[in-house]
Design a protein around this ligand. Structure first.
Ligand code: PGA
Length: 256
């Protein structure tokens, strides 16, 4: 983490939680932030529950400093798109962030870079912050194509008009998501440095150095500190460990 960037610890709850669980988890996350605040914490905490819980979690975290995000959105403002949710609806319910291009969306819903870019631009248009996910598969890594794949996905998915304020990039090696396998701090930093260089090329020195790059993929209380200690790792996108408030807080405690 370099000077001028603030850590972002983001919980991606994925398709988990009923009303009762969501409210309880949000409450505990807010409590942990209150505790950490006494020590002037160097991170922002964000929770990204499923759509059905956004309203109740928004109420639970109101005025606590915990931020609210969604896991996806449609590109349009409104209209005939059965089952979809527009960025403006997310903003209306209290979201400040939207994750776009998660590998599970890219795989399960065949979303390619062009769609991810359009979604990220729709998020910016609605005056929220886009968390743009990229990452290689194991086959691509083993073929020595990890850097090329991440470069290509970043170029294809980065929204026009990206700045340090409106865009976050999340590097999530697909082989590390939900598998218990984690990129080593060196492996992650190597990719983050490539992403950083591409960002500087794309949006200039100031914005490129200001955009936060999160690591995601089996981040947990045990490995967080070392990962977050790398110069270009500015936070985490946490799945499994975000479903337990103590683990989530312990990951955040790794920010120094
Ligand atoms: P994980 O998920 O922490 O469970 O690996 C991370 C993610 O997919 O965002």
């Amino acid at each position: 983490m370099a000077k001028g960037r603030r850590f972002l610890i983001a919980g991606n709850w994925k398709m988990n939680g009923l009303k009762k669980d969501g409210r309880a988890l949000a409450k505990s996350v807010a409590k942990s932030l209150k505790k950490a605040k006494g020590k002037k914490q160097p991170f922002d905490l964000l929770v990204c529950p499923p759509y059905t819980l956004l309203g109740s979690v928004a109420k639970e975290i109101k005025d606590t400093g915990v931020k609210l995000g969604a896991q996806d959105c449609h590109v349009a403002e409104k209209g005939a798109h059965t089952g979809d949710i527009s960025p403006y609806m997310l903003k209306d319910v209290g979201c400040q962030y939207v994750i776009v291009g998660h590998s599970e969306r890219r795989t399960d819903h065949r979303e390619g870079d062009a769609v991810v870019k359009a979604k990220a631009e729709a998020v910016l248009e609605a005056d929220m912050i886009a968390i743009v996910c990229i990452g290689e598969t194991l086959v691509q890594r083993e073929a020595g194509r990890a850097m090329a794949v991440n470069r290509r996905q970043l170029k294809g998915s980065l929204p026009t008009g990206a700045t340090a304020k409106n865009t976050v990039v999340a590097y999530e090696p697909v082989w590390a998501i939900g598998t218990g396998l984690t990129a080593s701090p060196e492996q992650a930093q190597e990719v983050h440095a490539v992403i950083r260089a591409e960002l500087v090329k794309a949006v200039g020195e100031d914005e490129g150095n200001g955009i936060r790059i999160l690591y995601g993929g089996s981040m947990n209380p045990k490995n967080a500190k070392e990962l977050l200690g790398q110069p270009d790792i500015d936070g985490g996108l946490i799945g499994g460990a975000a479903l337990n408030a103590d683990d989530f807080a312990a990951v955040a405690a790794g920010c120094k």
